[in-house]
Design a protein around this ligand. Structure first.
Ligand code: FMN
Length: 188
């Protein structure tokens, strides 16, 4: 049975809610196991779970136009499995969240994609058309930020995670489902 690991950092809970939506999407696919891993708890079990995963979804808030420092710490620590290319041919995908519509968060997805490539992983895109980009569009559209490389969410800087838009959470769930379905195909 393919295993999906969703590894994330969240400073104030928004990206954690997005991560939970990715997890729920992956868990909705029959025949796949999915697990949430916080970089704040990177003990031996955490690294063992990543070693056992067939697919790893990376998630971080965008801070100062890049992944948060805590997530970068995890990226640097992943140099240990990198030495033996232990993650080679695992699937990878990514998600990020920030306060601005752009906020330069594409850069965070690119950082995750480059990380995946350094590990010899196989990057899975979002696979959704862009939403909210025509006169008929709305913020309720799936992929309302219009990302291709991963799932993006936008959270107002003066509101908590409970105010996150359903459309962003559904977009995150879509990414979780897509990577789980891809993991099933690769395992067969
Ligand atoms: C140190 C710091 C830097 C930030 N930099 C950006 C940024 O570059 N672009 C942006 O749109 N939002 C930025 N934000 C806003 C966060 O991305 C936003 O509040 C996000 O929802 C936080 O997610 P979290 O609750 O998972 O930590 C920044 C927030 C912090 C604390």
């Amino acid at each position: 049975m393919p295993h999906v690991a969703v590894v994330y950092h969240s400073g104030y809970g928004h990206t954690a809610r997005q991560a939970e939506a990715v997890l729920a999407g992956a868990q909705s696919v029959a025949g796949v196991e999915a697990k949430l891993l916080s970089v704040a708890e990177a003990d031996d079990g955490f690294w063992a779970d990543l070693a056992a995963a067939d697919a790893i979804v990376f998630g971080a808030p965008t801070y100062m136009g890049s992944v948060s420092a805590k997530f970068k710490e995890f990226m640097d620590a992943s140099s240990k499995p990198w030495f033996t290319q232990a993650w080679k041919n695992k699937l990878a995908a990514g998600f990020t969240n920030s306060a601005s519509q752009s906020g330069d968060k594409l850069n965070s997805l690119i950082q995750m994609m480059v990380l995946a490539n350094q590990h010899g992983m196989i990057w899975v895109s979002l696979g959704l058309p862009p939403g909210n980009n025509s006169s008929k569009g709305s913020p309720d559209d799936l992929n309302r930020i219009g990302s291709y490389s991963g799932a993006m969410a936008q959270s107002n800087s003066d509101q908590g995670a409970d105010a996150m838009l359903e459309s962003d959470l559904k977009t995150a769930a879509h990414l979780g489902r897509r990577i789980a379905e891809t993991a099933l195909k690769f395992k067969n």
